[in-house]
Design a binder for this molecule. Structure first.
Ligand SMILES: [Zn+2]
Ligand SMILES: [Zn+2]
Length: 145
């Protein structure tokens, strides 16, 4: 498995925050799910990863949401070489059980699709007081946005 495209682009070399495995022991497995999904997508359509883990510093620099799931190493953005496949890919992602798919938000760069597994780590983060209740609620939502 190649995580190189998933590594934070700031140069910190990380794929997840330093303290996360105490909170979320299954993080590595969840990251493998993301990668598995990406490999499946890539098997049928041309795609490349544009964003994986972002440390808080990197997230702030690029103007990401304060509690973007990317800061936990649990989100991935990828781009499709062929825009006309987007709806097909979104349907495919849903058929794989990926319940959080952000594609409509990329109006300016419509070949981009975001997927994350924030719903699977929401409880642990909330219990550890890493996220406020409204973020917990947002993470729990299965949605397209
Ligand atoms: Zn970084
Ligand atoms: Zn994203």
């Amino acid at each position: 498995m190649k995580f190189s495209k998933f590594v934070c682009k700031c140069g910190c070399g990380r794929i997840a925050p330093p303290d996360i495995e105490q909170l979320i022991p299954e993080l590595n497995q969840l990251q493998r799910i993301l990668w598995g999904v990406y490999d499946l997508v890539r098997g049928s359509w041309e795609a490349y990863i544009t964003s994986g883990y972002r440390c808080e510093k990197r997230n702030a620099i690029i103007g990401g949401a304060k509690f973007s799931p990317h800061i936990w190493g649990i989100a991935m953005d990828f781009a499709l070489m062929n825009l006309s496949h987007r709806e097909e890919v979104v349907e495919y992602l849903k058929s794989l059980g990926i319940v959080r798919v952000g594609h409509k938000k990329y109006e300016g760069i419509p070949n981009h699709i975001h997927i994350d597994l924030a719903h699977k780590i929401a409880d642990a983060l909330y219990e550890a007081k890493k996220i406020p209740v409204e973020v917990w609620r947002a993470y729990k939502e299965a949605k397209e946005w």
